[in-house]
Design a protein around this ligand. Structure first.
Ligand SMILES: [Zn+2]
Length: 61
């Protein structure tokens, strides 16, 4: 089973937040929630979305 991982540091944030989920669809809300609570980012712009998606790593097992 594949895993999708995201680390906040990968988009240039000085932040130790990391999260993972079984699908991108599950992962995105977690990232959005973190962005809101930790970074006060209430709006995910297309630019930021692209950045985030580019930073998501897929790994097997
Ligand atoms: Zn963060």
């Amino acid at each position: 089973m594949a895993k999708y991982k995201f680390a906040c540091a990968d988009i240039g944030m000085e932040c130790g937040f990391k999260t993972e989920a079984k699908s991108k669809e599950e992962l995105m809300p977690k990232i959005v929630e973190h962005a809101k609570t930790a970074h006060n980012i209430t709006e995910i712009t297309p630019d930021l979305q692209k950045k985030v998606e580019g930073a998501i790593k897929k790994s097997m097992f």
